[in-house]
Design a protein around this ligand. Structure first.
Ligand code: SF4
Length: 503
C-alpha cells in the first residue's frame, strides 16, 4: 500500500529548456501533413530555433509505440510515440543518450480533456523511460492556452507571433492541398501536380523564413492582419500549377475523408495510405482540411462561453472577441483561396454543421471531433459534395466510438448515404481496404449513373462532350472553378456546364 502511495500520479514536467540553450538545441516535431511540417520548419527557423521534422511514420513505429508504452492506447498515440521513440533510439545509438537529452526537445500539441490527447505526454514519458531516455524534454502547446510566453527565459516561446504565423501556414498548407487533390486525378502527365505542390510549398516556406523574427503582441497582431507577404507567396505558388494539363471528363466518384484529426489528415501508413489508394482506385478525394478543425474549436469555445452569459464576468465580451477572431480566421483563409483562383473549397459554415449534427449528437460533448464528424458526413451527403464518405476511425478511440454509434442513427435517417467507416489499427490494411472497396464500388456506379444523367440533361453524347470541351479549353485549365450544377462528380458538372444544364 505504501508503495502505491509513494508512486501516486504526478503530472509530467520536463527539465528546464532555457533561452540561452536555444542555439544548441533542435526542436523535433511532426504529426501533420508534409506541407504543414515543411512550413512549420520554416516558421521555427525564422523564430531562431533549430528545427527538424521527425521522419515519416512507419508501421514499425506503431509496433514500437505499443511495445514501449500502453498497449491499449489509441493508434494515433502509438504511432506518434513510436515515431519519436524510434528517432531518439537511433540517435542515442549514434551519439549516446546523454547527448540526445541535451541536443533535442520535442514539441507537440496537447490538451486536457475527455480523450487520450490529454495524456500523450504520459505515453511519451513511459516510452522514454523504457528507452532509458528519461532526461529527454517534451513540451506541449496547449489548445486551450495557446499563448505560453509568460516566462521570458523559457527556451520555447509559443507566443502570439509564432501562433499567428502558424495559423497562416496551416491555411496555406490546406489551400495548396485542396487544389492538389482537385487536379491530380485529372492530370495528363502523371506526377505534374506533385511536382507543382512541392514547389508551391517551397514558396510559402521561403516567406515563412523571411518573416520578422520577433514582434510585440499587438504589433504582431497588426502585422499578421495586414501583411501581404504570404498572399504574394501564394500567388507565386499558383504559377507552379498553371501549366498542368487536365482531362476533367474522366468519370470519378467523389470521396470525402472524415474521421479523427490525426488519421484523417495523415497521408501515409497511419491510415493505410488511404488517400493514395483511393486515387489509385479511380476516385477524386476531398481531404480533411486542418482549418475546419480550428474553426470548430472556435465554435466550441463560443458555445462554452455562451453558457456563462449572465453568470461569468466578461463572458459576453469574450464571446464577441472570439466571434470576431473566428470571422477574421475565415476571412484570411478565403484570401489564401483567392490567391489560388478560388479553386480550393471554402470552409463549411460551423453553425450549419452544428444544426445538421444536433439531432444525433450533443454539441457540448468534446474530445476527438465532437459533433463535427457527424456534421461533415451529413453536410457532404445532403449538399451533394461527395458520393461517398470514408471515415477513418482509430482503434481504441473513445470519442470516435461514440461518433460511430451516432452514425448508425444518421444512416437510418439518410439510408442512401454511402458511408465507409474504417477502423484503423495500422496493421490490418487488407481488411480495411477491402471494406472500403466494397463501398467504393457502389460510389463508382453512382458516379457513372450521374454522368449519364448529366449527358442526357445537357443533350450531349460522351463524344460530343469531349468535342465541346476542346472548343472550350478553359474547362481543362487548373484554375477554372468547376461550377456546382447539381451533380456531385467533376465530370458531370463539366458536362452540365458545357450543355448549360443542371441536374
Ligand atoms: S481523439 Fe481518439 S485517436 Fe485522437 S487522441 Fe483522442 S483518443 Fe486518441
Amino acid at each position: 500500500m505504501s508503495r502505491i502511495l509513494e508512486e501516486s500520479y504526478r503530472a509530467y514536467e520536463p527539465r528546464p529548456f532555457t533561452a540561452d540553450q536555444r542555439k544548441d538545441v533542435t526542436l523535433l516535431f511532426g504529426g501533420v501533413t508534409w506541407r504543414a511540417e515543411k512550413l512549420l520548419e520554416g516558421l521555427f527557423k525564422s523564430a531562431g530555433y533549430n528545427a527538424q521534422r521527425l521522419p515519416d511514420v512507419t508501421v514499425e513505429d506503431l509496433y514500437l509505440g505499443r511495445e514501449l508504452a500502453d498497449v491499449g492506447q489509441c493508434c494515433p498515440t502509438a504511432f506518434t510515440t513510436g515515431n519519436l521513440s524510434s528517432f531518439l533510439r537511433n540517435e542515442a545509438e549514434a551519439i549516446g543518450a546523454d547527448e540526445v537529452a541535451e541536443k533535442y526537445v520535442y514539441v507537440t500539441a496537447g490538451a486536457c480533456g475527455a480523450c487520450r490527447f490529454g495524456q500523450y505526454h504520459q505515453s511519451y514519458e513511459l516510452a522514454l523511460k523504457n528507452l532509458g531516455l528519461e532526461a529527454f524534454r517534451m513540451f506541449l502547446v496547449q489548445q486551450h492556452e495557446i499563448d505560453q510566453s509568460k516566462c521570458k527565459d523559457a527556451g520555447l516561446q509559443t507566443d502570439i507571433h509564432l501562433l499567428l504565423s502558424t495559423a497562416l501556414g496551416m491555411m496555406a498548407a490546406d489551400a495548396i492541398q485542396d487544389l492538389e487533390y482537385q487536379l491530380r486525378p485529372y492530370e495528363l502527365e502523371q506526377g505534374a501536380t506533385n511536382r507543382a505542390a512541392q514547389k508551391a510549398v517551397s514558396e510559402i516556406y521561403d516567406a515563412m523564413l523571411s518573416r520578422p523574427k520577433q514582434m510585440p503582441k499587438w504589433g504582431s497582431v497588426l502585422w499578421h492582419s495586414t501583411t501581404r507577404r504570404f498572399l504574394k507567396a501564394m500567388r507565386r505558388a499558383r504559377d507552379h500549377f498553371e501549366d498542368i494539363q487536365l482531362d476533367r471528363l474522366r468519370v470519378k466518384p467523389m470521396v470525402k475523408i472524415t474521421g479523427e484529426f490525426y488519421l484523417a489528415t495523415a497521408e501515409g501508413v497511419q491510415n493505410y495510405n488511404m488517400h493514395k489508394w483511393l486515387e489509385g482506385e479511380g476516385a477524386e478525394v476531398q481531404p480533411a482540411p486542418m482549418v475546419v478543425w480550428f474553426d470548430y474549436l472556435m465554435r466550441y469555445g463560443g458555445q462554452k462561453l455562451k453558457l456563462g452569459f449572465g453568470i461569468k464576468d466578461k463572458a459576453r465580451q469574450n464571446y464577441a472577441l472570439l466571434k470576431l477572431g473566428q470571422r477574421f480566421f475565415r476571412f484570411k483563409y478565403d484570401q489564401m483561396r483567392r490567391m489560388l483562383g478560388g479553386v480550393p473549397r471554402p470552409m463549411p459554415d460551423q453553425d450549419k454543421l452544428r444544426k445538421l449534427a444536433a439531432p444525433f449528437f450533443d454539441n457540448m460533448i468534446n474530445g476527438g471531433e465532437g459533433d463535427l464528424l457527424i456534421a461533415k458526413a451529413i453536410w457532404a451527403h445532403t449538399q451533394r459534395k461527395a458520393h461517398m464518405i470514408c471515415e477513418l476511425s482509430p482503434y481504441g478511440c473513445l470519442p470516435n466510438t461514440m461518433s460511430i454509434g451516432a452514425m448508425a442513427a444518421v444512416q437510418g435517417r439518410y439510408p442512401d448515404m454511402l458511408y465507409a467507416p474504417i477502423e484503423v489499427k495500422g496493421d490490418s490494411d487488407v481488411h480495411a481496404l477491402s471494406r472500403c472497396q466494397m463501398v467504393l464500388a457502389d460510389a463508382k456506379i453512382r458516379a457513372q449513373e450521374e454522368f449519364e444523367s448529366a449527358l442526357a440533361a445537357a443533350g450531349l453524347t460522351a463524344d460530343e462532350a469531349r468535342r465541346r470541351a476542346k472548343e472550350h479549353p478553359k474547362v481543362n485549365t487548373p484554375f477554372w472553378k468547376v461550377p456546382h450544377r447539381g451533380a456531385v462528380g467533376t465530370a458531370s458538372n463539366v458536362v452540365l456546364e458545357l450543355g448549360n444544364a443542371t441536374l
